[in-house]
Design a protein around this ligand. Structure first.
Ligand code: MN
Length: 259
């Protein structure tokens, strides 16, 4: 039976990374596209409960039919899986994001949290992000990362992945023959260089902007940051169980008797 793949993203319906991903996914299954109608980068895991969500039928630049909603990426996955799409979905693929999602980025990332929403729906998922080089000015070439996304999805479909797991895939910005291979990694350490800018608006009121420089990371071997720095595709299996097991045993040793 042909697999039904739901493709979503967080850069919005016009993103070139989406177009490249959809083209590759069409080679392996039936593709439905359900994406936000605008850029939601950094939007995190959202569940819109306080307003109506609208869905528009549209087309991607190559003519592929797509649904675009005014909700977050995770809302798009919720809408699609809760009954908007009538056919059962075998796999959710999110991306290809403009910029890596490494370490602590995963809870900020609309790309990754869309895949997390698939876990909640009981569907295995893959999030794909392409490293963004500093000072990169020309259009990004998503073709190598889209081919890698297809390889990963083919492996997932061939081997099976439990629905509580998602794969966070990060691709280095290199030509296809310069990518060294795949590394299975743990979530690494992102280092943020955020700075709060306080400014004054034309009416004399203060406003704030979270600015600063782009995040860096600690390039440890075995981590997502390290793999990317060494020219490998990083594949980190994630789950929504955020329990800190080491802390669990530690806080269990505290005295919890009533004083
Ligand atoms: Mn994005």
């Amino acid at each position: 039976m042909e697999k039904h793949i739901l493709v979503t993203n967080d850069d919005g319906v016009t993103a070139p990374g989406l177009l490249a991903l959809v083209a590759e996914m069409k080679k392996i299954g039936k593709v439905s596209v359900f994406v936000p109608d605008r850029n939601w980068s950094g939007g995190g895991h959202v569940k819109t409960l306080d307003r109506a969500l609208r869905v528009k039928e549209t087309r991607l630049a190559d003519g592929t039919p797509a649904f675009a909603s005014d909700g977050a990426p995770s809302d798009c996955v919720a809408l699609a899986t809760l009954g908007f799409l009538k056919e059962p979905i075998d796999l959710v693929v999110s991306g290809i994001n403009n910029g890596a999602n490494l370490g602590h980025d995963v809870t900020y990332s609309g790309t990754v949290t869309a895949a997390m929403e698939a876990s909640i729906a009981g569907i295995p998922s893959v999030a794909v992000s392409l490293e963004l080089l500093e000072n990169h000015v020309s259009d990004m070439d998503y073709a190598p990362s889209a081919r890698i996304a297809r390889k990963v999805v083919e492996r997932v479909l061939a081997n099976g992945l439990a629905p509580e797991f998602l794969l966070n895939v990060n691709v280095p910005y290199l030509a296809h023959d310069q990518i060294k291979g795949f590394q299975m990694t743990r979530q690494g350490l992102r280092v943020y260089h955020s700075r709060l800018d306080e400014r004054v608006d034309p009416r004399g009121r203060a406003y704030y902007w979270i600015g600063g420089d782009a995040p860096t990371g600690v390039a440890e071997r075995g981590s997502d940051v390290g793999a990317l720095a060494d020219g490998y595709v990083s594949i980190t299996p994630l789950q929504l169980d955020l329990t800190a097991y080491r802390a669990l045993s530690e806080i269990n040793t505290w005295n919890w008797q009533d004083d």
